[in-house]
Design a protein around this ligand. Structure first.
Ligand code: FES
Ligand SMILES: [Fe+2]
Length: 413
């Protein structure tokens, strides 16, 4: 995000803080509880958003060098993603052309060739079939036609995309739109370095999990002992980019930053930026950390979902800190009581722990209660307030893509 836009957003956040206001969607809407329980809807969304829609596989930093690879089964197609000897990113179906065994089940690693564990056919990182063991006994094989099956893939703006269908159209610029793509490009996600990941497999529908990232209304209550010590609740800016959107939050440090010269202002230090990529991806930038969250339905249980939370270091996104500032203000015993008078130069591991444990033990735990309420069949709808525009946006886009009418306005009385 350009510095001028960062300053503009920081000013908007300060204005909201000073006037105790926040973004206003203009109406309260009702979302049917069946959105989280209807099996027919779940089948349609799986088809539309997970089988026939591009998926974000990760960041460029997930495949840092030639020979890097990673695997996933998160959206029903077993994927082997590689970076070949020329540095090119590929996404293959992780299935041997002989009898379909997975080339590797390791989540990630480094190797330039893959030997199938079943009968030892070997493949290069660019998908070519290199060798068929005991070919004189097996029979003649045209190696040139039996490489790994490659899916449409693209590496753009530091992100890795794949389309689950062999003949799927993967147009990343069309998917993001020019304005959103341009803003994402300014963060230089390609420089983010992979640090690790957490997987949350919990009993809540994937859309309830998604909803937890779409509002700050809950900060001062649900996160009162955790994130609310770091971030202002009830304050967020909001902007839509087609089906996608951006929320910006204010950290307590914004109150210090406002006294400093504007040219030194930095939004990842004054708060947090949460980008949402339709349908299931969140990119959160906070201080020197970038977190990529992808949320997937469980096909066997509509009330279960899996969130893959990948963490990256992103020191290039904030101004260089002085050595004094670099010293962590956050130790294990004051994780939730930080000194917010100084820039949040927290260690990445402390930030990651704070993020993941808050999502798991507070946001998603609360989401599991929403799921129980929806499952009970005793509640017709849940309400999205004027201060929760991102939830209006997500659910209306979801409904529109499935040919459903927009959420109905809720009228008091
Ligand atoms: S299934 Fe891979 S070599 Fe047989
Ligand atoms: Fe939260």
């Amino acid at each position: 995000m350009k510095q001028t836009l960062q300053i503009e957003v920081i000013k908007e956040l300060l204005d909201y803080i000073d006037h105790q206001r926040t973004v206003d969607a203009g109406s309260v809407v009702a979302n049917p509880a069946s959105s989280y329980t209807c099996e027919k809807l779940a089948a349609r969304e799986w088809d539309a958003f997970f089988q026939n829609h591009p998926q974000v596989l990760g960041c460029s930093g997930d495949l840092p060098k030639p020979g890097s690879y990673m695997t996933t089964d998160d959206f029903g197609v077993p994927i082997l993603a590689t970076r070949d000897q020329n540095g090119k990113f590929h996404a293959f179906v992780n299935a041997c052309r002989h009898r379909g065994a997975q080339l590797t089940s390791s989540p990630r690693g480094e190797q330039n060739r893959f030997s199938c564990p079943f009968h030892a056919w070997t493949y290069a990182a660019d998908g070519r079939l290199l060798g068929v063991r005991a070919v004189e006994q097996f029979g003649a094989i045209d190696k040139s036609c039996n490489g790994l099956i490659e899916l449409p893939s693209a590496e753009q703006y530091g992100l890795l995309f794949v389309h689950p269908q062999r003949d799927g159209v993967l147009d990343v610029d069309g998917l993001l739109g020019a304005e959103f793509a341009s803003e994402l490009s300014t963060w230089d996600f390609g420089r983010c370095e992979y640090q690790g990941e957490s997987v949350l497999d919990m009993p809540l529908n994937w859309k309830i999990a998604n909803d937890t990232f779409g509002e700050v209304y809950h900060f001062t209550s649900l996160h009162k002992n955790t994130l609310a010590n770091l971030l202002h609740g009830d304050v967020a800016t909001y902007k839509e980019y087609g089906q996608h959107h951006r929320l910006c939050l204010a950290s307590k440090y914004i109150d210090v930053m406002r006294e400093q010269p504007e040219p030194t202002w930095s939004l990842p230090m004054a708060g947090a930026i949460a980008y949402y990529l339709f349908p299931n991806t969140q990119i959160v930038i906070l201080n020197q950390m970038m977190v990529l969250v992808r949320i997937y339905p469980n096909r066997k249980n509509i009330g279960q979902s899996l969130s893959r939370v990948s963490h990256y270091s992103a020191a290039h996104m904030v101004p260089q800190l002085t050595e004094v500032e670099r010293v962590s203000k956050l130790s294990s015993d004051n994780l939730y009581q930080p000194d917010t008078s100084a820039p949040m130069a927290f260690s990445l591991s402390a930030m990651t722990e704070l993020f993941v444990s808050t999502v798991e033990h507070e946001d998603y735990l609360m989401g599991t209660k929403t799921q129980i309420a929806a499952n009970s069949g005793k509640i017709d709808h849940f309400l999205f307030g004027r201060n929760e525009p991102a939830l209006h946006h997500f659910h209306n886009n979801y409904r529109s893509a499935l040919g459903m009418p927009p959420l109905e306005e809720y009228r008091a009385g």
